[in-house]
Design a protein around this ligand. Structure first.
Ligand SMILES: CC(C)(COP(=O)(O)OP(=O)(O)OC[C@H]1O[C@@H](n2cnc3c(N)ncnc32)[C@H](O)[C@@H]1OP(=O)(O)O)[C@@H](O)C(=O)NCCC(=O)NCCS
Length: 176
């Protein structure tokens, strides 16, 4: 498995991972109609803007198999939701059949190492309270710091924020 920064040629694979992973993760949580309505095309456009626009503050790492298939990704950006934390882990999605084999940890580690090198120390992320994946963040030492309600397809959903005040503690990364 290779972890590398995303480029524009990856956009369709990224969109496919997101839509397929959203559908397997949020079934029973988000309305079925909403999940069925997600399209690869709209995600390609969304990620093209988020990652490759001139003013971009977001970056992404992808996880690629030896056969050059992208099976997961994680992105991070300036935190626009909360004044206290410097950066936000904006998204992390791995295809169902590739979950729980260490890829999530590798992707987060790549982001955290980049930020530590840049002098960033604090990180926040938002996740659905009903998503069992949130225990992954607890496993990495995140603490619940905030709550909000979002709407997906007409259904109100509770989100919670996990944060790390000092990301150097997450993987015991050695500072140079
Ligand atoms: C959540 C997610 C990114 C985690 O990545 P992953 O590759 O499956 O997790 P890893 O295999 O790297 O696990 C790392 C550690 O976290 C633990 N862990 C992972 N998922 C967990 C979970 N749901 N509950 C509890 N612990 C979990 C693992 O046991 C592992 O422990 P270890 O360090 O002792 O070996 C991935 O499962 C995923 O994409 N889920 C569906 C999409 C999703 O919900 N994304 C997040 C949206 S906010």
């Amino acid at each position: 498995m290779v972890i590398r920064e995303a480029n524009r040629q990856d956009l369709f694979s990224i969109a496919k991972v997101q839509v397929d992973s959203n559908r397997s993760t949020y079934i029973g949580i988000m309305p079925e109609r909403y999940l069925e309505g997600l399209t690869y095309e709209s995600k390609v456009n969304e990620w093209d803007k988020r990652l490759f626009d001139n003013k971009r503050t977001e970056f992404m790492f992808v996880a690629e198999t030896d056969n050059k298939n992208i099976v997961g990704f994680a992105s991070a950006s300036l935190d626009e939701t909360n004044d206290i934390y410097e950066r936000e882990l904006y998204s992390i999605y791995i295809l169902k059949e590739f979950q729980r084999i260490g890829i999530g940890k590798l992707l987060i580690k790549a982001i955290v190492e980049r930020y530590i090198e840049e002098g960033v120390r604090s990180l926040i992320l938002w996740t659905l309270q009903d998503n069992p994946s949130r225990f992954f963040y607890e496993h990495l030492g995140g603490s619940i710091v905030d709550k909000r309600i979002i709407n997906r397809g007409g259904k109100e959903l509770q989100q919670i924020a996990y944060a790390w005040e000092d990301i150097t503690s997450m993987f015991k990364v050695k500072l140079r």
